[in-house]
Write a protein that binds this ligand. Structure first.
Ligand code: PLP
Length: 405
């Protein structure tokens, strides 16, 4: 039996120990964090819908009408009219014939990958895919081929080597820690050439990319051309849970063999009500997606102006890679002193030596807030010897953040 205290000491010694921070009140662009008012720059609530009055009200109405919980898994007695209707709506939103809800994105990836890649087959996974994809590949019992990030040549080589045993290529659409976008069109081409299925996880692309926020596949003009997409309800859609959009036949298979679907309680009605309202808002106010896109571009430029390298990001997720885990934590703490909260991300969430601040903008951040936040992060980085040359644009020195509206 391993000693718990020793393991915790090991984590502390490596600069990898984590602790929970506490937010008071609802999720918004500004929050009170451990008693301090901060600009929230690390939430996945990109469009601010988690706290939108209509989304709140829809959750409350669904609880009032249908109750707080589903009481059982879908295959026993938990399958409610609401689940069916949301699946139809999500399938139509994404351009597929069918959809299946899961308890979370983590569970959707675990269940779906394990259902589609089996012993004796090969699953191909981008090296920067989310942990839930990595874990899905691990439990699938298929052979794993982890290709270099977005490296189509490396993937092609792996597909050739698999010699017909390739079952599934799986990728994040928007990479969760880097904010860059998968080469969807090329992946479709390779999947077809080698007779493999392609699964794209749109967790950070839904609501952020594509017409009406329909995601990276839609942005590439290829809606419905990918065998399966995974989407989450807990990020841009402000609620909780996840879904897979695909063919009715694959939905039938997942319903029969995806263990996280079979052996877990169905999503509760308030969560479904909230997701419906969020989809309605996205449909009715596509301008939110444009706001998010503009805010992402603004933050990238403002950070670059501070001499910071934001890598290949072209979305609302903007990394500032520091390298060392302790240095990333130090940068996070110094940014907090300037009332900016961007969580430090360390291994195993990111590869060794690439610890970072992962900044994520929301559509309802103001331009002056983002400019000031970039200045705070830039100054802290300068103090720690992380940033390159001094600021280029002469943004006025900010003594903290501008006032809340
Ligand atoms: C790409 C990706 N897929 C799946 C998930 C898991 O989704 P959920 O939080 O709904 O479990 C995440 C979570 O951050 C993610 O980044």
């Amino acid at each position: 039996m391993s000693d718990v205290g020793e393991r915790l000491d090991e984590l502390r010694a490596a600069g990898l120990h984590r602790r929970l921070r506490l937010i008071e009140g609802p999720q918004g662009p500004r929050v009170t964090l451990d008693g301090l008012e901060v600009l929230l720059l690390c939430s996945n609530n990109y469009l601010g819908l988690a706290d939108h009055p209509r989304v709140r009200q829809a959750a409350a109405d669904a609880a009032e009408r249908f109750g707080a919980g589903a009481g059982a898994s879908r295959l026993i007695s938990g399958n409610m009219e609401l689940h069916r209707r949301l699946e139809e709506e999500l399938a139509a939103f994404s351009g597929y014939e069918a959809a299946l809800l899961f308890g979370s994105g983590y569970l959707a990836n675990m269940g779906t990958i394990a259902a589609l890649a089996r012993r004796g087959e090969v699953v191909f996974s981008d090296e920067l895919n989310h942990a839930s994809i990595i874990d899905g590949c691990r439990i699938s019992r298929a052979e794993r081929f982890v290709y270099r990030h977005a490296d189509l040549e490396h993937l092609s080589w792996g597909l050739r080597k698999a010699d017909g045993r390739g079952a599934l290529i799986v990728t994040d659409a928007v990479f969760s820690m880097d904010g860059d976008v998968a080469p969807v069109a090329d992946l479709i081409e390779l999947a077809r050439r080698y007779g493999c299925r392609l699964m794209v996880d749109e967790a950070h692309a839904t609501g952020a990319l594509g017409p009406g926020g329909r995601g990276a596949v839609a942005e590439a003009g290829l809606s419905g051309e990918v065998d399966l997409i995974v989407g989450t309800l807990g990020k841009t859609l402000g609620s909780y849970g996840a879904y897979v959009c695909t063919s009715p036949e694959i939905v039938d298979l997942l319903t029969n063999v995806a263990r996280p679907f079979i052996f877990s309680t169905a999503l509760p009605p308030p969560v479904i009500g909230a997701a419906f309202a969020a989809l309605g808002l996205l449909d009715g106010q596509p301008g939110m997606v444009e706001h998010l896109r503009r805010n992402g571009a603004l933050l990238r430029t403002a950070l670059a102006d501070q001499g910071l390298d934001v890598g290949g990001s072209r979305t609302q997720i903007v990394p500032v890679v520091v390298g060392d885990a302790r240095l990333a934590m130090e940068l996070c703490e110094r940014a907090l002193e300037g009332h900016v909260f961007a969580q430090a991300i360390r291994p195993p969430t990111v590869p060794d030596g690439t610890s970072r601040l992962r900044l994520a903008v929301m559509a309802n951040h103001r331009a002056d807030e983002l400019q000031a936040a970039a200045h705070v992060v830039g100054e802290a980085a300068q103090e720690l010897g992380i940033a390159g040359p001094a600021p280029r644009t002469g943004i006025p020195p900010a003594s903290g953040l501008p006032r809340a509206a």
